[in-house]
Design a protein around this ligand. Structure first.
Ligand code: NDP
Ligand code: 2IT
Length: 457
């Protein structure tokens, strides 16, 4: 590790001692930048790392709302505006009781490098709230009603709107924030600002949404993995794949893998994991999507031994099968630990393509990199979502919309570019095949050069 990066990391740890996820994300990036920092003294002279680890702005605000029983509830809202060197702040909003400053700073930090990798002009940001749409405050265990979610979203946007804008900061979805929530927030923004602009992405098609945006993160993850396989002259035909999560990213990763002839054997959620030895069918996947997006239920409801659908309560997807060729962690941070990595490696796993942000623990990453399998960090392989958000912004600015085929072709092209740039950056600095080093260096260099050019700001 370079001396410069080491000293910045020490100061990040001292200053943010109560932010473990943020420290973990910074550590993972800074430990890989040595070669590029040594070769470019201007980065240290301009305090680029010190500036990159300090958000440009952190906004924390009160979100009061009234539940269906007429009781006033108060949540905490956040927006981290991390870095705007190469474009407006861009990144999702997460609603989950686990949301706090550490989690959102880690996500915003990762977003800066990810957005740089997309080849599009987007800075990095992230936001959200500790609001729990899956747990009604008056009836714990029951979901909030649509009306409660709407009132929460309207209150959240009533404060957020003054901090964002189509050329300033463009939020989108993340965990528990999908088309429904984006719709409610867009409606409130439009009322308050009295203008119709592409201030949010992930919108529905009738009001400026882009075709393929819902599919983009999952599809993009698989396109990235296809590029890794192509380097070895392989395809997904017949490959046994384990996926975690069953939300937006996981379900569309599964859909694309099925289209490519792979066998998807697992999906998971908070209730546990389903395991289907012969592979999840198109019909079962459609049932999962309906269960999660429309009925908003739990995977446990799909258990059906007679139909070969086994359900394992409160476990993740990694240690259920005797043979796994590829793993796609698509649920949440630190969901794949050292034991899981050991299991995967000893059961045939040759490819891990992260759909979630920071799903593998540092121990798991060290094992994947040490074993020299095809391992891609989320900031590279899940960038298809935000890249397609970038394409949604372009379509909104142009006041037109591209066809499904056009957007899909652009997404494929972007995922190939991200893969090739990461591959080449790793090779250039003597780490051929290491996508962690490659993605970090390629993502960092563009932002760092922009910051040097823009002076001390
Ligand atoms: P969703 O809310 O649609 O899905 C999240 C999935 O993870 C659900 O299946 C959820 O289960 C599961 N999950 C969440 N918390 C836990 C937990 N504590 N234990 C077990 N399972 C859990 O979110 P997305 O699919 O959008 O996001 C998934 C990941 O991908 C996140 O890391 C996100 O940051 C990342 N990502 C998302 C992008 C996007 O465009 N949406 C883009 C790039 C990355 P349950 O249904 O029971 O809550
Ligand atoms: O983590 C992510 O990249 C996202 N949640 C998507 C962000 C976006 O602006 O589309």
């Amino acid at each position: 590790m370079s001396k410069y990066a080491e000293s910045v990391l020490a100061s990040v740890k001292a200053k943010n001692a109560n932010e473990p996820e943020f420290i973990q994300a910074v550590d993972e990036v800074l430990t890989t930048l040595g070669p590029v920092l040594d070769a470019n003294p201007q980065y240290e002279q301009n305090a680029i790392l010190e500036r990159m680890v300090e958000p440009e702005r952190v906004i924390i605000f009160r979100v009061p709302w009234v539940d269906d029983k007429g009781i006033v509830r108060v949540n905490r809202g956040y927006r981290i505006q991390m870095n705007s060197a190469i474009g407006p702040y861009k990144g999702g909003l997460r609603f989950d009781p686990t949301v706090n400053l550490s989690v959102l700073k880690f996500l915003a930090f990762e977003q800066v490098f990810k957005n740089s990798l997309t080849t599009l002009p987007m800075g990095g940001g992230k936001g959200g709230s500790d609001f729990d749409p899956k747990n009604s405050p008056h009836t714990p265990g029951k979901r909030c009603s649509d009306a409660e979610v709407m009132r929460f979203c309207q209150s959240f946007m009533t404060e957020l709107f003054r901090h964002i804008g189509a050329d300033t900061d463009v939020p989108a979805g993340d965990m528990n924030v999908g088309g429904r929530e984006i719709g409610y927030m867009f409606g409130q923004y439009k009322r308050l600002a009295n203008e119709w602009t592409g201030v949010l992405t992930g919108k529905a098609l009738p009001f400026g949404g882009s075709l393929i945006r819902p599919e983009a993160t999952g599809y993009g993850d698989v396109y990235f993995a296809e590029n890794m396989l192509a380097k070895r002259g392989e395809t997904f035909e017949g490959k046994v794949c384990a996926i975690s999560g069953s939300g937006n990213v996981a379900s569309f990763a599964a859909e694309k893998l099925l289209q490519l002839g792979a066998k998807v054997i697992t999906l998971s959620d908070r209730s546990g994991a389903i395991y289907v030895k012969d592979g999840i069918t198109k019909e079962l996947l459609a049932e999962v999507m309906n269960l999660k997006n429309v009925k908003r239920g739990e995977l446990s409801e799909l258990a059906n031994e007679a139909a070969g659908i086994k359900f394992f309560p409160k476990v993740n997807s990694w240690q259920l099968a005797d043979k796994i060729d590829a793993a796609f962690p698509c649920a949440r941070q630190n969901e794949l630990n050292g034991d899981d990595a050991k299991y995967l490696l000893s059961h045939g796993c040759k490819l891990v393509a992260e759909g979630a942000n920071m799903p593998s623990t540092p121990d798991a990453i060290a094992q994947f990199v040490g074993a020299k399998i095809m391992y891609s960090p989320g900031k590279a392989s899940n960038a298809g979502g935000v890249a397609t958000s970038g394409l949604e912004m372009s379509q909104n600015s142009l006041r037109l919309s591209w066809s499904r085929e056009e957007v899909d072709a652009k997404l494929k092209g972007i995922m190939k570019a991200i893969h090739d740039n990461a591959w080449e950056a790793a090779a250039k600095y003597g780490h051929e095949g290491n996508y962690v080093v490659g993605a970090n260096i390629a993502g960092f260099t563009k932002v760092a050069d922009a910051m040097v050019a823009q002076g001390v700001c």
